[in-house]
Ligand binder design. Structure first.
Ligand code: ATP
Length: 330
């Protein structure tokens, strides 16, 4: 069964088309990644799913309920962590949640608040003022608020943006625990492709308000390439040119090379890796290497470049410069 069904949805903000005839179904119980460039329409989709805005055309349903006609029960179906969730700094974490519980008329507020504080790891900080919370704690409080009404669907809009690596890891652990312990459907939007790769099974990529692709990550990778990516750390600066000379002898199977400082990336046929490494180590000093599956960034870049070739320039499209804001964690 699908937790989310969006059919032919268009949403405009005056002359800006934020979503353009979008159709997307997300299966119940899955953790789903929503990717896209800045301004692709991800936050707009979340706001439609939670009923904060209405589509100009098309239908949106969550857990079989049409959002257009749903009443307050929508709050117990969908939990939402917005991109910019702020709380009154003078309230404690617990008081913030008590306020949310009153808004949602939750019957068992006190025990529910204790439970969600424990899920997000804020029990010890519950009676401290939110103004003294770190960014990571504030995001986890936002997650606690989203979980308060025991939703069946959880929407997380860039949940780890601005968090330090430990904050990111803590947040991921909470999501993984939620994923393992329940049949919750989680939809995460993020610009950090490695985050989506580690948390999600399926993804959709949006661009200019349109759906470019949807599918499971491994399947999309296979559609894009059979290559592996060899990452080489060079022992001396002069060897980047030598590498180019050597890999050019493999031109049928080496599909691209790139470098970042003293690290060189070679995308090639997996069968050619042993021969390539042998020849390279004979010719240049290599301090280390590894061989990886192509990252999700390969899928992302390919899908977007195809979408850009296919589409007419859009009045409200963000500049191609912004494509580079997507994080590539090499
Ligand atoms: N309230 C609004 N008024 C006018 N335009 C808006 C409004 N909200 C969003 N937009 C525009 O709609 C488009 C989609 O915005 P949206 O915030 O949904 O994108 P996004 O994919 O979430 O972007 P980002 O990754 O930068 O957060 C953008 O062109 C944006 O400028």
């Amino acid at each position: 069964m699908n937790a989310i069904e969006v059919t032919g949805v268009t949403k405009k903000y005056s002359e800006i088309t934020a979503l353009d005839r979008l159709s997307l179904a997300i299966e119940s119980g899955s953790t789903f990644g929503l990717l896209g460039t800045n301004g692709a329409g991800k936050s707009t989709l979340f706001k439609l799913l939670v009923g904060h805005i209405r589509p100009d055309d098309g239908t949106v349903s969550v857990a079989g309920t049409d959002v257009a006609t749903a009443g307050p029960e929508l709050r117990s179906i969908v939990g939402y962590l917005p991109e910019h969730a702020g709380f009154p700094p003078s309230l404690t974490g617990r008081e913030v949640l008590e306020f949310h519980a009153r808004m949602h008329s939750l019957p068992d507020a006190a025990s529910r608040i204790d439970a969600v504080l424990s899920v997000v790891g804020l029990s010890d900080a519950a009676d401290r003022c939110v103004g003294g919370y770190s960014n990571g704690m504030t995001r986890r409080l936002g997650l606690a608020a989203a979980l308060l009404s025991r939703p069946r669907i959880l929407l997380l809009d860039e949940p780890t943006a601005g968090l330090d690596p430990r904050g990111v890891a803590d947040f991921h652990r909470v999501i993984e625990r939620l994923d393992a312990q329940s049949d919750l459907t989680v939809v995460i939007s993020s610009h950090v492709l490695t985050e989506i790769e580690s948390l999600c099974e399926r993804i959709a990529i949006l661009h200019g308000g349109q759906l470019c692709t949807v599918g499971d990550i491994d399947g999309l990778r296979r559609e894009v390439t059979d290559d592996v990516r060899v990452r080489l750390r060079l022992g001396d600066a002069a060897s980047a040119d030598s590498i180019q000379t050597i890999v050019s002898a493999f031109d049928a199977s080496v599909h691209s090379t790139d470098h970042d400082g003293d690290v060189v990336f070679v995308d090639c046929d997996p069968e050619d890796v042993p021969q390539l490494l042998t020849e390279l180590t004979e010719a240049v000093t290599i301090d280390g290497y590894d061989v990886r599956e192509p990252g999700l960034e390969r899928v992302f870049e390919q899908v977007l470049s195809e979408a850009e070739q296919d589409s007419q320039p859009r009045q409200n499209a963000e500049s191609s410069e912004q494509l580079r804001t997507v994080s590539h964690d090499e």
